[in-house]
Design a protein around this ligand. Structure first.
Ligand code: HEC
Ligand code: HEC
Length: 212
């Protein structure tokens, strides 16, 4: 019995010191609401920032993807070259499942004044992009996030993902100053904090808020 207690104590100490070292290794990012502490999110390594993703995260990603088999758990990543080419030069390449087709249609119909920019798209280009976005819009998938987005919209077709009620609700605890940080810029820059956003994965485990 005594030996078992000793072992338990040993493990407890090992665990505690493990957590502490994770905390220091990730001192360059904040916790989920932008506070200066990051133990949970610090475990994640983001390739974009030139840091190696750790093995544990990869295993977990594989596990989560497989868990969704048959039911589609995550939003589909972008798999359309024309859309990537035309719509990723100024900002994060938004996944089609983040907005309903009504929104994508509005956005494409207004491409001459796209938030102050003239996208100067050829008609055929616009129509090809439309086909892809509308064909993969939020109402076409059973992915969990898309279903929540559709539910919260109640028929609305906002021009922005950042105007979707569900998306606003999920971020209401983040201080506005956090979005203004240099490497984030704005709420619209999903990939800055959601390190797997391009893969359609917005799960908490992969969030890492840059501190600057
Ligand atoms: C020339 C630069 C440029 C290109 C190219 C561009 N956009 Fe944008 N887009 C913007 C700007 C500027 C905003 C507003 C960003 C902001 O307010 O932070 C924006 C915002 C958006 C938003 C709303 C993001 C939010 O806040 O939820 C969507 C959706 C979007 N663009 C889709 C597209 C699509 C689809 C294409 C391709 C047809 C495209 N964009 C190409 C400049 C561009
Ligand atoms: C400043 C960093 C940041 C930016 C930028 C950001 N998010 Fe988030 N996001 C968070 C945090 C933090 C949460 C809350 C996690 C929690 O409480 O579970 C969250 C939660 C979410 C969730 C719910 C995840 C869950 O597990 O329930 C979704 C979906 C999401 N964000 C999508 C987006 C999209 C789409 C964009 C871009 C339009 C975006 N986020 C931009 C930090 C960010």
């Amino acid at each position: 019995m005594k030996i078992r207690k000793c072992l338990l104590l040993f493990f407890a100490i090992a665990l505690l010191s493990g957590t502490a070292s994770v905390g220091t290794a990730s001192a360059d990012s904040d916790d989920r609401y932008g506070n200066e502490r990051n133990e949970r999110y610090g475990i994640e390594r983001n390739e974009r920032y030139g840091v190696e993703r750790d093995e544990r995260s990869e295993r977990r990603e594989r596990y989560e993807n497989n868990r969704g088999k048959g039911k589609q758990r995550f939003l589909s990543p972008v798999n359309n070259a024309l859309y990537s080419e035309e719509c990723s030069s100024c900002h994060f390449l938004y996944l089609p499942g983040l907005l309903p087709s009504g929104s994508w249609n509005k956005i494409l119909d207004g491409s001459e004044d796209h938030f102050g920019e003239d996208l100067a798209l050829e008609k055929e280009t616009t129509e090809a992009i439309r086909k892809y976005l509308v064909g993969n819009a939020a109402e076409t998938t059973r992915a969990r996030r898309a279903v929540k987005i559709m539910k919260s919209l109640k028929g609305e077709t906002p021009l922005r993902i950042t105007k979707v009620r569900y998306i606003i609700r999920e971020h209401h605890e983040i201080r506005s100053g956090v979005f203004k940080r240099e490497s984030i810029g704005s709420f619209s820059n999903c990939g800055a904090c959601h390190t797997t956003a391009d893969k359609g994965i917005f799960e908490e485990h992969y969030i890492r808020i840059p501190r600057r």
